[in-house]
Design a protein around this ligand. Structure first.
Ligand SMILES: Cc1cc2nc3c(=O)[nH]c(=O)nc-3n(C[C@H](O)[C@H](O)[C@H](O)COP(=O)(O)O)c2cc1C
Length: 371
């Protein structure tokens, strides 16, 4: 009772702005911890009305109430996927989860590039490990809430591939989909798994592990944006030979081109948020051109408005995710994005949001479109 009054109070626009501004004054990792706690306590108001029917999306056999998900890295330990669904996300990707718990890099390791609405992180897969997340999901997973589990490798693992296999085996019975994340820049050597030979072995073994599970769970591969044409060609060659369900494009970038000279720009780690948008959307479109229209792609990287969400779909995404822009815009950004997309769908008299997908792939792939 008291909590629901508190939640209503927090949902007032003035209070939301105040709390967002207060969070922005805190060290970013502290602000993140407070946000997770607020969600756990039910102190973020749930969405009041159900999504319009035209937001319903099917991707890789999953039926989503809307195609806007929370990206990996926000809920690393699977603490709040149900709450993320309650506040309006169509799906939540938890993790990255590694077999054993690990502390990640020393703090500070999360930085705002405030002038550009960017974020740099070098968290290094801080997480409580498989068992903690597995137990939490077993206990709390609600029907109708779509949860992806993003799996990774421990930094000191002797065999990265074995860690992914363990993740797939552990979470296949529980997850709605799995993500094999080989694109985080903060675990030395991890991104090398994107090279052809290593990727062949990784996907061969993880997809074999998936095939052993009682239920067939879709597996996505999450890529970095820092890939050249040859690297993209090689990845596509490999994925054509295996039974992969989709791609997630992209993770953070090592490039600092968009933030040169800004405060915190020289911090080591991956850059995300608005300054990543054009680059990651170009890579998404370039991969869409290569794989054709059939392979599902979740587009992520720099979405910060309804316009940018629409552009990500137009560049070839079937569903989208975001994280960093919420640091600056607060959770109410999700509502703004959904409202903007709904206006567009009604204005253009579309039957379903899927009609916004892949309408402008070539321009994005050729670097001729930008926001
Ligand atoms: C603090 C932070 C932690 C992240 N941790 C992960 C992670 O554990 N696994 C992963 O696949 N991506 C992780 N990401 C990357 C995001 O999922 C996303 O791909 C990237 O930030 C681009 O989207 P955005 O610009 O909307 O944030 C992290 C991003 C941030 C900002």
């Amino acid at each position: 009772m008291v909590l629901s009054h508190f939640a209503k109070f927090l949902s007032q626009p003035v209070v939301q702005n105040l709390s967002r501004d207060a969070l922005l004054r805190l060290d970013p990792e502290t602000a993140h911890g407070l946000t997770i706690n607020a969600l756990k306590l039910g102190a973020v108001a749930p969405q009041e009305t159900a999504d319009p029917k035209f937001f319903e999306t099917e991707i890789a056999g999953l039926l989503l109430k809307n195609p806007i998900g929370m990206a990996a890295g926000f809920d690393k330990n699977a603490e709040v996927p149900n709450q993320l669904s309650d506040i309006g996300f169509g799906f939540a990707e938890v993790g990255t989860i590694t077999p054993r718990p690990q502390d990640g890099n020393p703090k500070p390791r999360l930085f705002r590039v405030a002038e550009k609405d960017g974020v740099i992180n070098r968290m290094g897969f801080n997480n409580e490990g498989h068992m903690a997340a597995y137990e939490r999901l077993t206990k709390n997973k609600k029907p109708g809430v779509t949860i992806g589990v993003n799996v990774g490798a421990n930094k000191d693992s002797e065999d990265f591939v074995a860690d992914y296999v363990e993740g797939v085996t552990r979470f296949a019975p529980l997850a709605d989909y799995l993500t094999v994340n080989i694109s985080s820049p903060n675990t030395p050597g991890l991104r090398d798994l994107q090279s052809a030979e290593a990727l062949k072995r990784l996907l061969g073994e993880t997809l074999h592990a998936r095939a052993q599970a009682a239920v067939r769970v879709p597996v996505f591969l999450k890529l970095a944006p820092d890939l050249d044409e040859k690297a993209m060609d090689e990845i596509v060659d490999v994925i054509r030979q295996v039974d992969l369900d989709g791609l997630i494009i992209s993770n953070t970038t090592l490039s600092r081109e968009q933030v040169t000279g800004c405060e915190n720009a020289d911090e080591a780690g991956g850059l995300s948020g608005k300054p990543l948008f054009n680059f990651s959307t170009m890579r998404l479109a370039q991969m869409r051109m290569r794989v054709g229209n059939e392979l599902p792609i979740i587009g992520v990287g720099g979405i910060h408005s309804a316009k940018s969400a629409e552009a990500k779909l137009a560049a070839g995404a079937n569903a989208i995710q975001l994280y960093s822009a919420l640091v600056f815009g607060g959770m109410e950004l999700l509502r703004d994005i959904k409202n903007g997309l709904a206006v567009k769908i009604r204005k253009d008299k579309l039957a379903n949001i899927s009609e916004l997908s892949s309408t402008d792939v070539e321009a994005w792939a050729n670097g001729k479109a930008e926001i």
